[in-house]
Ligand binder design. Structure first.
Ligand code: IMP
Ligand code: MG
Length: 180
């Protein structure tokens, strides 16, 4: 285990199993539809790749880079689009994918922006859900794991750009961000 990790919350095996379950559910729910995954980079890259493979229907991929966090562990609430989607999503069934839903601001804001492009539908899926920290009424339509109010990293989730490549989801030692 990485020395900056306090505890492993979700193992690689548990992630793989849950992603397969979500993929099956989405395959059923989106049968016969034109799904476009809108993936929030960089955090959702690992999850979205595996989830799309677990879906047995045609899936298009679009990517966005939005920043709000900086290198801190708290959301600033202010959001800048650094990379926008390339294709037209009008009339398409959009599945917005992120690594984690915390306050809910990211999903709420981006959903609003995407709705202005007139998709047929838009739903959200997050790998992790930190319900205790929700400040908006926003809830994800699908989520992988309910997690406690701790700062987690791995499988795409980062702290200051690091730890994304850990194969598990783990709680980061607070001493790591206390250094910053
Ligand atoms: P929200 O907008 O407050 O819901 O936060 C969602 C965003 O915050 C995600 O896209 C993550 O980038 C980031 N985030 C929230 N909690 C964590 C965490 O525990 N680890 C890593 N990133 C997090
Ligand atoms: Mg993020």
């Amino acid at each position: 285990m990485n020395e900056d990790i306090k505890k492993i919350l979700v193992t690689k095996e548990q992630i793989q199993k849950r992603v397969q379950e979500l993929g099956k559910q989405l395959t059923k729910d989106y049968a016969g539809k034109n799904v476009v995954m809108v993936v929030l980079l960089k955090g959702a890259a690992h999850f979205a790749t595996d989830l799309s493979e677990a879906m047995d229907i045609p899936v298009r991929m679009e990517f966005m880079v939005v920043s709000s966090y900086g290198d801190s562990t708290q959301t600033s609430g202010c959001m800048i689009i650094r990379l926008d989607i390339q294709d037209d999503i009008a009339g398409k069934d959009v599945l917005l994918v992120d690594d984690i839903i915390d306050s809910g601001l990211t999903f709420a804001n981006i959903k609003k922006m995407l709705l202005a492009k007139h998709p047929a539908s838009i739903k959200t899926v997050a790998l992790c859900d930190k319900k205790a920290r929700r400040t908006t009424g926003f809830n994800a339509d699908y989520s992988g794991f309910q997690i406690p109010d701790e700062f987690v990293v791995g499988y795409g989730l980062d702290y200051a750009g690091e730890y994304r490549n850990l194969p598990y989801i783990g709680i980061l030692k607070p001493s790591v961000y206390a250094r910053a």
